[in-house]
Design a protein around this ligand. Structure first.
Ligand code: ADP
Ligand code: DAR
Length: 367
């Protein structure tokens, strides 16, 4: 029987790493029932979680239809991570009118909570249906995808609402930027960090060929940004300092509609699972909505532990000011965002962020 060694390795790793969802959801009998080709696809999806047994999710999709073609495996992994049933179906909805318990006229205004202007950001991931997922791309795929996006950016640059420029990391690209400009864009929270330092993405193949095919489009006012070639083919986001969360949410939706209408751009979607993403943690909406919230009292010990104790039961994730796997700000600022991405709508996510910030503000005032 093929892959018996791999089956034994996974079984041994699973025994020592109960937090690794992919290892725990691997079923040897299901695996043995698959064709050799599908067995290879399962092992490639799990490669990062096998080589990094301390992973939490432990797998990435490598082809746009992996979630559907390998459903018994992914349905179980999704059910565990997202705390939903194995036959859960996702629905997308950007309409705030669809959310119950919203503030008056659906205005998600942090000023009403007594908060000052905050750095607000809403991002979604998207993958082009006519390319392999980032984990399975060859260098020529990455360069071809960047070239296709250059055509799309020409459209955006001509749009008064989204006019801007594309900054490439690809050696020899006409829009290639210097290391200094790259570092400055990272420090301004606009560009993504060097992916070749991420052992999970390296093992998955998602950061392969770094930095070829990587870059970001930035609008003139720096509030509309599109990453190319990060963990998903595209990360499309709106970011601005202010108090009305609706502004970034609505501008992102409009910008997404403009990008979606550009010829040649068809995004990978699943009938049952919504927006297809590399990581199952992002599947469905692929949305992370965040604010940078100063909590000097709750972080008086220099850590975000107290914040995490309050945030976790509220379904909120706490990150550092540099994003995933970074420290909190010296002034006690933390990155707050709802953890849920799947079997929740886009509108419910931003409403959850607003309600979560209200609770954290109240706890900060009590601390
Ligand atoms: P993602 O949000 O795409 O999952 P990260 O959490 O790593 O990825 O964040 C990516 C970048 O976006 C980081 O530079 C981070 O500081 C920045 N960022 C995220 N949320 C905000 C925010 N509300 N305001 C300013 N920058 C933000
Ligand atoms: N470290 C990987 C990824 C977890 C989710 N974060 C993402 N997708 N950026 C893990 O499996 O724990």
């Amino acid at each position: 029987m093929a892959f018996e060694t791999e089956i034994d390795q996974i079984s041994a790793l699973a025994a020592d790493h109960p937090q690794n969802i992919a290892l725990q959801c691997f079923d040897a009998n299901y695996f043995r029932s698959l064709t050799e080709n599908l067995q290879k696809r399962v092992l490639y999806c799990m490669k990062s979680g096998i080589e990094n047994p301390d992973s939490e999710m432990g797998c990435y999709a490598c082809q746009p239809n992996d979630y559907d073609d390998l459903r018994p495996f992914f349905a179980q992994a999704l059910a565990v991570h997202h705390d939903v049933s194995e036959n859960a179906r996702h629905e997308n909805n950007w309409s705030l009118a669809s959310v119950t318990g919203m503030p008056e006229n659906n205005q998600l205004d942090f000023a009403i909570l007594g908060l000052p202007a905050l750095s607000m950001r809403v991002r979604v991931g998207r993958n082009l249906a006519n390319f392999p997922m980032p984990a399975a791309m060859r260098r020529e795929d990455r360069i071809k995808l960047e070239a296709q996006m250059m055509l799309a950016f020409a459209h955006l640059a001509a749009d008064p609402s989204y006019g801007g420029a594309y900054y490439s990391l690809t050696p020899g690209h006409p829009n290639q930027i210097s290391e200094d400009v790259y570092r400055a864009l990272i420090d301004d929270h606009i560009m993504f960090k060097d992916m070749s330092n991420d052992r999970f993405l390296n093992a998955a193949g998602i950061s392969a060929d770094w930095p070829f095919g990587r870059g970001c489009y930035v609008s003139e006012d720096r509030s509309f940004i599109i990453w190319v070639g990060e963990e998903d083919h595209l990360r499309i986001m709106c970011m601005e300092r202010g108090t009305v969360l609706n502004r970034v949410f609505d501008r992102l939706k409009h910008g997404l509609d403009v990008v979606s209408a550009i010829d040649g751009l068809a995004f990978a979607q699943s009938q049952d699972y919504g927006i297809v993403t590399s990581c199952p943690t992002n599947l469905g909406t692929a949305m992370r909505a965040s604010v940078h919230l100063p909590l000097p009292n709750l972080t008086a010990d220099g850590t975000a532990e107290r914040v995490k104790e309050i945030a976790k039961p509220l379904g909120l994730a706490v990150r550092g000011v540099g994003g995933e796997h970074t420290p909190i700000g010296k002034d006690g600022t933390v990155d707050i965002s709802p953890s849920a991405r799947f079997c929740i709508t886009e509108a419910e996510i931003v409403a959850a962020l607003y309600k979560g910030v209200a609770r954290l503000k109240a706890e900060e005032d009590l601390a």
